[in-house]
Design a protein around this ligand. Structure first.
Ligand code: NI
Length: 243
């Protein structure tokens, strides 16, 4: 297995640096800049939709933990019950968790009541497992209208690299498509419910670590780019100043 320990170790340091206010391990901003070599370390956020699914999300978490790489998971609400342990593990291992509606529906045109049954209910289920949190929203199919975007009361996270991993579930094609397009500040969309996606994602991680990329959650990516997350606003990519 190709795996560059040094790259992962540098990234692990970065992670500690962006844990957030109140963390005792958070170094001074000056230290953070030194570690990141600002403007020189390309950052990328790996994101997973439609899970969790024990048989695939579990092995993915194992692989990410081995590489000390964080990701962002947008969970479907009706998959939360029964997967509480898996979700606690995600949070404990430093991954960001958001919502992807309760029943994987298109948000555009929903009534307020329908919206709350999809997004609010999913957040409530997560709060029961994890305690209070923001749980940012990824709209299924990337479809959202102005009204539902406002109701979200969180940033809406879309993506800039989409290998359509669900389509043929061909590991080699998925990996080469991501590697051909991934650049600094990109948000990569994958789905942790297919064994092929798990395999492809870990190959992508190894290859991008080899290229000197550092993996961060979407929230960390925004913090690194000094972008204040705005409720109701859509984000697809978060490039650095030099990109
Ligand atoms: Ni989806």
């Amino acid at each position: 297995m190709k795996f560059r320990r040094t790259a992962a170790a540098v990234c692990a340091l970065t992670l500690i640096a962006v844990l957030g206010p109140g963390e005792e391990t958070r170094p001074a901003d000056a230290d953070l800049e030194l570690e990141l070599e600002v403007g020189r370390t390309p950052l990328v956020a790996l994101t997973f939709d439609d899970g969790p699914r024990k048989s695939t999300t579990g092995p993915l978490l194992d692989g990410l933990a081995l590489r000390e790489v964080p990701a962002t998971f947008f969970l479907v609400g009706d998959r939360v019950p029964g997967n509480e342990e898996l979700i606690c593990r995600m949070a404990a291992e430093g991954h960001q968790i958001g919502v992807h509606t309760y029943g994987h529906v298109i948000l555009s045109g929903l009534s307020r009541e329908e919206f709350d049954a999809q997004v609010g209910r999913s957040r409530e289920l997560l709060e029961r497992v994890l305690g209070e949190g923001e749980f940012w929203l990824r709209p299924p199919y990337g479809i959202v209208d102005g009204q539902t975007a406002l109701w979200a009361q969180s940033p809406l996270i879309l993506w800039s690299v989409d290998p359509e991993d669900w389509r043929d579930q061909d590991v080699e094609r998925i990996v080469s498509q991501v590697l051909a397009h991934a650049g600094d500040g990109d948000i990569i969309l994958m789905h942790d419910i297919y064994p092929s996606s798990v395999e492809a994602a870990l190959e992508v991680v190894d290859a991008l670590l080899e290229r000197g990329f550092c993996f961060v959650t979407v929230e960390q990516l925004m913090a690194e780019r000094q972008i204040q997350p705005e409720p109701g606003r859509v984000y697809r990519t978060l490039p650095g100043a030099e990109s």
